[in-house]
Structure formats: structure tokens, C-alpha cells
Design a protein around this ligand. Sequence first.
Ligand SMILES: *Cc1c(COP(=O)(O)O)cnc(C)c1O
Length: 319
Amino acid sequence: MLQEVLQTKNELTFPISGTGSAGMETCLANLIEPGDEVVVCVAGVFGVRMCDIVERCGAHLIRVDAEWGHPIQPGQVREALKGRTPKLVAIVHAETSTGVLQPLEEISQLVHEAGSLFLVDAVTSLGGVEVRVDEWGIDALYSGTQKCLSAPPGLAPVTFSPRAVEIIGGRKSKVQSWYLDMTMVRKYWGAERFYHHTAPISMIYALYEALRLVLEEGLQNRFQRHRENHELLREGLSSLGFKFVVEPQYRLPELNAVCIPEGIEDLPSRRRLLNEFNIEIGGGLGAFAGKVWRIGLMGESCRKENVEALLSALKKVMG
Ligand SMILES: *Cc1c(COP(=O)(O)O)cnc(C)c1O
């Protein structure tokens, strides 16, 4: 079912024990060896986190930055790849800190022309918008269970292309993390059932059921539901005077980042939403702290009733 949701035939596709960040660390730690050159595209909090892990893996980091609220442009990646073949280029597909949906196909092509691997963070995108692993030429990808898949937090689905598997198999040094070492974990997950660590069994049941629900609804129906409820929310918020942070063509339906209107206090308003209406929305992170609200419409919670409840509560809170 994971292969189906990820739209991939990759054999090495399974959930890592741990949250989305464990997936991030798994993909990076298994592909990077000390001294490798690695390009990380940074347009928010989660790009910054990848840089931290890349440095801990002993790689030489090349950072490509976009202004928060904007996607990375293919031209920036082309520039960074001029005259070099880094081990991999990493990018966040759905940047949860800014609400940007990053287009991937053109960048993927540039990465492969340079002879590098293409690594994607799909923690917030998987199950909410299209994620086409094979068609988009993604070599390594991780996600999480608690965003648009609507399972509890605790597993990180990952997938590796045959080329990525080959590179992991040809490593000269041991993977820096024992727990996340795919060369060992895959023997446990695979037919050999070679004990590595105790699988979090109840989480695997939860993911199984969540994926079953995703496929029962149908991927396309699910993406459309996310788009429609985003539109409903956008209309309502616009009429309340909210402006979106991100340009329409790069907006993430499942994470709506809006500027807090003039005269509205950030924390007291969010506290009222939570205490009086039982609705929690996200505050701004990093450069957006105190300036932006992030409204999630992810997976099972992406419902018309929830959009309507939030809009009517916001009306009361904003007086
Ligand atoms: C939530 C998130 C993560 C981290 O996932 P955890 O489950 O909190 O460890 C990584 N990347 C993105 C884009 C996310 O939204």
C-alpha cells in the first residue's frame, strides 16, 4: 500500500521506526559518507534541519536559499550544480513552516543531469497532494504518519530507488547511525527477518489502517478534497481580511499560511480559539513568529465542517 500511495515500484519502501525526522535522518545518513558534497535547498525550518543533519554526517554542505514564503527556483539549483557533482541534492516538497508547495520535476532533471541523487522530504505532502516518486525521478524520500496520512505520530515511510540502494550497498564506511542503518534494518524488514530492533507493532497496524483508508477514498479524490476545502477556507479567510503569505500557484492546500491582520493579537487570539472553541492553529515559526498563522487542513481533519467551525470561531475571536 505504501508503494501505491508513493506511486513507486521501489522495492525498498517501508516505514522506519520513528517520526518524520527519523525518516530525514535515515535518508541522509545512509546516502552520505564523510567528505561528500551535499546540496540542501532551504526555504524554511525543515530545510534548515536537513542542513544540520548533513553536517553531522560529515558532509561538505552547499546551501541554496530561497526567501521564506517562496519556492526554490530551478535556476538556483543549476547555479549550485555548475562544475560539480554532489552526492545528492535535498529539498522539501511541502514546507510546513511557510505553506509553500515546491515544484520538483524541473529540479529533479537538473539533479540527474549533474549525476547526483535527488532526495525529497514529503512529510506534509504525502496523502494531501500528488507525490509521484518514480515519474519525478526521486531517489530517496521520507514522510511521516501524522500529517496527511492521519495516523498517530511514530513511523516514517521511506523509499529508495534502485540506484540509491546500489549506492548504500557500495558504501566504504559504516552508516553513522546504528539504529537507522538500512543495510541492517532491511534484513529485518525483508524475508530474512533478521532481528535488529523491536518493531513498533501497534504503529504498523495504525499505518496499515490509515493507508487502507487513503486507498479506499482514492488518491485523486483525496487530493481534490484537500483542494476544495482549501478553496473554502481561502474564501472565508479573504472575506475576514486575511492575506495569504504564498503566491496562489505555490500554495499548499493542507497548510494555509496567512498574515495576522493589523490589530489582532497573535497569542491571545490563538489561546481563545483553543480554550473556547477547541481549535488549535499553528503560530509562525522563525522569521514568521508573531506575524503569520498556519492553518492545517490535513488528512481526516480536512473537512468542510472544520473549515466552517474555524471561520465562525475566528469571526467571534476577531470581534
Ligand atoms: C513535521 C515535519 C517534519 C518532521 O516530522 P516529525 O514527525 O515532527 O519528526 C519534517 N519535515 C516536514 C516538512 C514536516 O512538516
